[in-house]
Ligand binder design. Structure first.
Ligand code: DGY
Length: 331
């Protein structure tokens, strides 16, 4: 039987590609942005697409009539036209669960690093500016005993909450739906977004980017936070109105920030955020460990295989597309 054809985009290693080649005819692009025409040509014949940071436009889909599944190697899919895929009956899958703990580690690393001024003080040592015993001007702030406000209590938010409880923090959350079981078990408390901003010493964003969450937090929201509070963003850059955040930091409305994500990535080298000692910046590494990226690639490959075998993939994002492909499930 003829093999189904898939287009694979960065980053899959040789072992992943080899496994996929056992079942599919694979066309792999390590640097797809440098070969957009070749990618488009391969997509015209493809049944499946797999990769990270996928850019898929309706025009590309027009040219890919056989496409059955798009498998993104990420939990977020804000970069993909979900409604357009669903309308065409193209399944979309993502990689939740496997990156939850690692991304929560990144959030907690940013909480600790911003509170204890890790980067600023490590740079002082490295650059030979540690000339006398550290005194009050270099003190940080405790994390233990403080209040963490989690904006979003999905899988990653919950994993951050567990860490915070281990650090003896009080945990507040704002979330569309209440979590009474977790409130009872963990002693966490739900607040409105506004109340959470006012009460928290650390505000951590862990919501997906949607129309509702775009620019959820900007200058006014920073003004509603304590002047001693820190903002941590491990969600998506566009959840924050960056110009508003920069202004708030310049005016000292909040104490600092820990940012893994930016409105534009890579962040512009002349961004004022990069010159601020009280801002810890990371290059979008929420899930970037060897173990987790391997697990994500395996998960995405498995979703792709399930879809192309005609099975409902485990991590299906758009059940509407499945329903369109399988209109009479019991027949
Ligand atoms: C994700 O999985 O969504 C990470 O942020 C990587 O893009």
């Amino acid at each position: 039987m003829e093999k189904k054809r898939i287009v694979a985009l960065r980053r899959l290693n040789e072992a992943h590609l080899q496994r996929l080649r056992e079942t599919f005819e694979v066309t792999y692009f390590e640097e797809p942005q440098q070969q957009p025409e070749a990618v488009a040509a391969a997509l015209c014949r493809a049944h499946g697409l797999i990769g990270g940071k996928l850019q898929v436009s309706p025009a590309m889909l027009d040219e890919a009539p056989q496409l059955e599944v798009v498998s993104t190697i990420s939990v977020g899919y804000d970069n993909l036209p979900v409604a357009e895929l669903s309308r065409r009956g193209i399944l979309l899958t993502n990689t939740p669960d496997v990156l939850t703990e690692t991304t929560a580690d990144t959030a907690f690393m940013l909480i600790m690093a911003s509170a204890r001024r890790l980067v600023e003080l490590a740079n002082m040592v490295r650059e030979g500016r540690w000339t006398q015993h550290v005194g009050e001007p270099h003190f940080g702030h405790d994390v233990n005993g403080k209040t963490l406000g989690l904006v979003g209590l999905g899988r990653i938010g919950q994993a951050i909450a567990r860490r915070a409880l281990g650090f003896n923090m009080r945990v507040l959350y704002s979330n569309a739906s209440p979590k009474p079981v977790l409130e009872a078990e963990w002693g966490i408390e739900r607040r409105s977004f506004e109340q959470l901003l006012a009460e928290s010493d650390f505000v951590c964003l862990s919501v997906p980017l949607t129309e509702e969450t775009e620019h959820l937090l900007g200058y006014e929201q920073c003004r509603a936070m304590k002047r001693s509070a820190f903002l941590v963003n491990i969600a998506r850059g566009k959840v924050v109105d960056e110009a508003g955040l920069i202004r708030a930091l310049e005016e000292g409305l909040i104490a600092g920030a820990g940012l893994d994500v930016f409105e534009q990535e890579p962040v512009a080298p002349d961004s004022p955020l990069l010159r601020m000692d009280n801002v810890v910046t990371l290059p979008h590494i929420g899930s970037a460990t060897h173990e987790t990226r391997e697990a994500m690639a395996n998960c995405a490959a498995e979703n792709l295989c399930q879809a192309l075998r005609g099975e409902r993939p485990r991590d299906l994002v758009n059940p509407e597309a499945w329903a369109l492909r399988h209109p009479h499930p019991l027949q």
